[in-house]
Each structure stands twice: as structure tokens, then as C-alpha cells.
Design a protein. Structure first.
Length: 238
């Protein structure tokens, strides 16, 4: 398990590309790999990888086909800089939110804004994954635990804000529009959404696609359209 608090930026030293497998050698920041052993887990841009060989300051990881298909790791080159985090230890403070290191999908950086002492990025993702993203909810982007500031259902995009410390400790200050990032959605949110979706499918059957189309036209989804206690859906509209 990981906490989503990036502990440093590593550099890709060498890549050995084989059929269905990528061998990745990383150089770590000073002190990052103290006590690390073969078999240890490291989150590399959010993707949980296993150390297959190690020498002071460096380690090699094998990346299998499934990880290559779901993540941005296939696009790395020698010299690429990536976020890294060691696996959480028992009793460690969870400064972000619990992460498995299992990437769900990638998202494209659609826009970047840089107000004074801050940076705002908007990410666009596939509709099938956007249903799990909510304003003020958690999401992990390249292994960094972040809070969603807003979610646009019509464009399937969301924004997050970065404080100077996050920019200093990660690679986000180097990112550009058009690049892709790894996303791990919050598992509790996924379970909630899938449970409600399953209930609606059971109750509505063939009417569900029509309901989804109607809500999508309004920039809503099943969860955001559910009335709060004591309110109706129409009462929430301006």
C-alpha cells in the first residue's frame, strides 16, 4: 500500500525493451533507497513495481504487458523524471489517502493555468472512468494524492490545484498540455458508484441508457442527480 505522498523524483537511467516486457533502471534521490531489498514495492508514477535488482542509489524493475497497456510507462525514455514513493510501513501516517499502486487509466492534460504561487491543471479522461470522479473527492495522479477541485461531466474533465510544495517535490511543474498521466481512482468511490449503478440497472433495465443520456445532456450523472434528504432534483436547479 502507498499513501500518495510522493517522496522524491527518480530519473530513468536505462530501458531494455523486450516483447511484452520492459526493464526499467532508475536512479533515486539520495537516501530514498536506504534499506530497500529485492522484492520491495515502489510506486513509479503511481504504478506499483517490484525491485528485481539493486545497487546503492539505483534499482531495476520489470514492467509487464498489462502495466504497459494501462500506464504511461511505455512512453518513458532515458532521462525521463518520474515520481516515486516507497511502500507504506505499518503505523505510518497516511498523509494522502490509501493507494494500491494499480493504475486504472490514463488522462490527458487538457489545460494548465498558473495563478500566483499556484498551478491548476485540467485532466480529460474516458467517460467510463469519469463517473468515479467527484468534486472534493480523492484521486491519485502519477502517484500523488490530490483533491478534485471541480468535475465537468459534459467534457469528462476535472481540475486539481497544486501548492508550491507539491510542485517542488514532484514532476508536475514540468508537465505540458497534451501529455498523459496515470490515474488511480479512489476505491471507496468506485464501490459506491458501481453499487448504485448495479441497483439502477436492476430496477430500470433497458431504461437506464436513456436516463444516462438525459442526465449527460444536463451535465449530470446518476449520483449527482440523486436528491439530498428533504430535497427534490428540481429544487437543486437554479
Amino acid at each position: 500500500m502507498f499513501t500518495g505522498i510522493v517522496k522524491g523524483v527518480a530519473e530513468v537511467i536505462a530501458i531494455d525493451r523486450k516483447q511484452g516486457l520492459l526493464m526499467l533502471e532508475l536512479a533515486f534521490p539520495e537516501g530514498f533507497d536506504t534499506g530497500i531489498e529485492i522484492g520491495a514495492s515502489v510506486a513509479v508514477d503511481g504504478c506499483c513495481l517490484t525491485v528485481t535488482s539493486h545497487r546503492p542509489g539505483r534499482a531495476v524493475f520489470d514492467v509487464m504487458q498489462e502495466s504497459l497497456a494501462r500506464t504511461t510507462l511505455l512512453t518513458l525514455d532515458a532521462g525521463s523524471r518520474i515520481n516515486v514513493e516507497r511502500a507504506a510501513r505499518d503505523g505510518a501516517e497516511i498523509g494522502g489517502h490509501p493507494l494500491s499502486g494499480h493504475i486504472d487509466c490514463t488522462a490527458r492534460i487538457a489545460a494548465i493555468d498558473s495563478p500566483e504561487n499556484n498551478k491548476v491543471m485540467r485532466f480529460q479522461l474516458d467517460p467510463e472512468w469519469s463517473r468515479y470522479v467527484f468534486a472534493k473527492g480523492y484521486i491519485a495522479v502519477n502517484g500523488c494524492s490530490l483533491t478534485v477541485s471541480d468535475m465537468d461531466r459534459a467534457s469528462h474533465s476535472f481540475s486539481v490545484w497544486f501548492i508550491p510544495e507539491t510542485l517542488r517535490a514532484t514532476t508536475f511543474d514540468e508537465k505540458q498540455v497534451g501529455q498523459h498521466v496515470n490515474l488511480e481512482i479512489d476505491r471507496a468511490t468506485q464501490v459506491t458508484v458501481d453499487s448504485i449503478r448495479g441497483y439502477l440497472e436492476e430496477r430500470l433495465g433497458p431504461l437506464l441508457p436513456r436516463l444516462e443520456a438525459l442526465l449527460g445532456a444536463e451535465g449530470l450523472d446518476q449520483l449527482t442527480a440523486l436528491p439530498q434528504p428533504g430535497k427534490s432534483i428540481t429544487q437543486d436547479k437554479p
